[in-house]
Design a protein around this ligand. Sequence first.
Ligand SMILES: Cc1cc2nc3c(=O)[nH]c(=O)nc-3n(C[C@H](O)[C@H](O)[C@H](O)COP(=O)(O)OP(=O)(O)OC[C@H]3O[C@@H](n4cnc5c(N)ncnc54)[C@H](O)[C@@H]3O)c2cc1C
Length: 313
Amino acid sequence: MLLSSCVIWRFREWDEFRAECPGGDERLQRVVWERLDDGIAWLESLGAPVIAHETGNPRTVGKRFDPRGLAEALSRSAGDVRLRETTAEPAILATGGFQGDDALVAEHLRPAAPLRLRANPWSTGDGLRLACARGAELSAGMCEFYGRNMPDVDFSEAEFVPLAQLYGRFARVYNERGDEFFDGEVSWSENDLVQATARQPGARAWYVLDDAALRQRVRDRTVSDMVAAAPTRVDPSSLPFPKPPGAKVAVRVKPGITHTIGGLRIETDARVVGTDGLLAAGADAGGISTGGYASGLAAALVFGRIAAETLLG
Ligand SMILES: Cc1cc2nc3c(=O)[nH]c(=O)nc-3n(C[C@H](O)[C@H](O)[C@H](O)COP(=O)(O)OP(=O)(O)OC[C@H]3O[C@@H](n4cnc5c(N)ncnc54)[C@H](O)[C@@H]3O)c2cc1C
């Protein structure tokens, strides 16, 4: 959460949530959709600083918080927060998914080659393993993840957002063999293109841009500026396949994985199905944005509060 852009959002229309994330558990989605506004109001009541009262995306509603201020407001309200201590018997699993564990990623996500992490390094599936050892069932979509196509080089935490190459919809997209592998229209989040890239040879793609593509804007930046900042941009004459007509520049990209979409199967009260009363929230609980992309912070906020309510009876 601290590393995120901290936009906590839901789809404006319920039907759009279902259409965008068709593989998700409808009952869990309904809970997130109905309870998010109350969750956001609760964060504000704790003094969490809001940076913007709109998401900037007409499809969605929500607020953008200052991540550090939000973390401080939450820990201040919680009072007795203890780090680096292990509880004998965890009650609520909220370890943030399993994207930080190469073996679990290989087993469930099956990328064609290892992916770089665009997230904290500590979410290594501890919640998933603990619950599975107690009989937990897994959600739908264990092979899915949310991420961004990033320049195919190592990058730092500070570059997670500015280096994201969020203009695949304007590019012609090729794999290393020169095949245009993505059929149809790229979604607004581009998460479908990112996941398809993970399955190409070397888990890589080339974004090839002509003049018209370079003039497009994404949020407050031009595609041209984003390309200029990408360390893996090349002249199209050096592509490993014939230069496409009109190509002005190409960028080699690879998915950076932010969080897993599949995880533990939970009930609407956050109980992990198959276990004797374990609870889970956040990216440890899967099957909410399956088939698409929805706010991970929204699911964490709503089911975190529900897990606490269930625990306290
Ligand atoms: C660059 C970036 C931008 C993003 N922007 C957005 C955005 O604008 N909107 C949005 O909705 N989502 C965004 N996200 C995703 C969002 O951050 C996650 O969906 C959300 O943080 C998931 O919440 P969580 O509580 O499950 O996990 P986290 O916030 O990752 O918290 C899990 C915590 O558990 C800790 N942990 C792991 N294992 C253990 C253990 N065994 N014991 C104790 N602690 C453990 C981890 O260190 C971590 O601190 C973004 C993420 C990134 C990286």
